[in-house]
Ligand binder design. Sequence first.
Ligand SMILES: Cc1cc2nc3c(=O)[nH]c(=O)nc-3n(C[C@H](O)[C@H](O)[C@H](O)COP(=O)(O)OP(=O)(O)OC[C@H]3O[C@@H](n4cnc5c(N)ncnc54)[C@H](O)[C@@H]3O)c2cc1C
Length: 336
Amino acid sequence: MMLQEVDILIVGAGISGLMAAEKLKENSDKTVLLIDKSRSPGGRLATRRIEQGKFDHGAQFFTVRSNIFKEKVQKWVEQGWVFPWFSKEHPRYASVNGMNQLAKHLAHSHKVEYNLLAETVAVQENGDYVVTMRDLMNNTSRSIRAKSIIMTCPTPQVLQILQRSQYEIDQEDFQQLADVSYTNCLTLLLSMKDDFALQNEYLYEPVPGVIAWIADNRQKGISQESSVTVHLDPQWSITHFEKSDTEILKEIMPHLQVVFADRTEWDIPYQVKRWRYAQAYNLIKAPYLDVNPHHPFVICGDAFSSIKGDVASKIENAALSGIYTADYLSKEKCVL
Ligand SMILES: Cc1cc2nc3c(=O)[nH]c(=O)nc-3n(C[C@H](O)[C@H](O)[C@H](O)COP(=O)(O)OP(=O)(O)OC[C@H]3O[C@@H](n4cnc5c(N)ncnc54)[C@H](O)[C@@H]3O)c2cc1C
């Protein structure tokens, strides 16, 4: 088994992992490696193609409330990476060419290895960690030794890794992680194949209890072809999660016919994406959790919120969690 060595290993190249990597790079010359089980960065910043159509099928936009995030986003606007999409209580931004493109821009200046699924963590006698992982491309095992770990996956996945590793953490920490819940989200991607346009760029809760959000990706400016993303209601998603794609479409069709009043052509390409961990709630009211007082093993991500009044997780609190984790490693743990 190969044993690679790094100073800091970040598990997960979603927004929290990427922001942590960026901040670590600003603060030090330590070796930082991000790994992700997927083929590309972004996690829930997800964009997919069906033929010529492009769909944002995870987060649709992000809010900006804190000054730290505002500064970051301002830079991204100047770089032409994101644009203000619409405004409610706070401005909402989307990413040029799809939400996943922002993650690709951010990942560009870091070392990231994909198709690596972290499976176990063990502490060595000298306090270093060894993380074993499965290379999903060729189904082989790999191990990486790291002085510190940052784990950014949804908390049920973190707990699975800890359990599999028989890695014991403080009961209070365990309980906080276990108490975080996630909404399910079934998402329909409809490739309209004609000049279809929604009456607006997006519709919020057009069918309460069934359809939570519809976005027209062409009007949003990310797709050449007419392509529509339909996020189904969290409760509806739970009760229909295990149904087949055809069953889901069949049940949603009568509602779509009402929303898309004048449409008759429904023989169109479509896909269903099942998000088991969409947005977190019962958030941990802290920016991160270090589960080992001796050698940093920091859990962060969208389950953590330092913004007062946050109910469900957002890109902003995930990003802040990553930034605060990197600050913690450099300032409090002096590992940088
Ligand atoms: C349908 C949907 C709609 C949403 N809408 C909005 C919205 O409008 N506005 C908003 O602000 N937020 C929204 N969100 C929430 C937002 O997308 C998330 O809160 C945020 O992106 C989470 O970022 P993260 O880095 O914490 O986690 P993730 O993006 O989940 O990143 C974690 C990464 O870890 C990887 N990973 C997991 N387990 C392992 C493992 N064992 N080994 C290696 N890698 C692993 C995953 O592949 C993933 O890339 C939405 C989410 C969904 C799904």
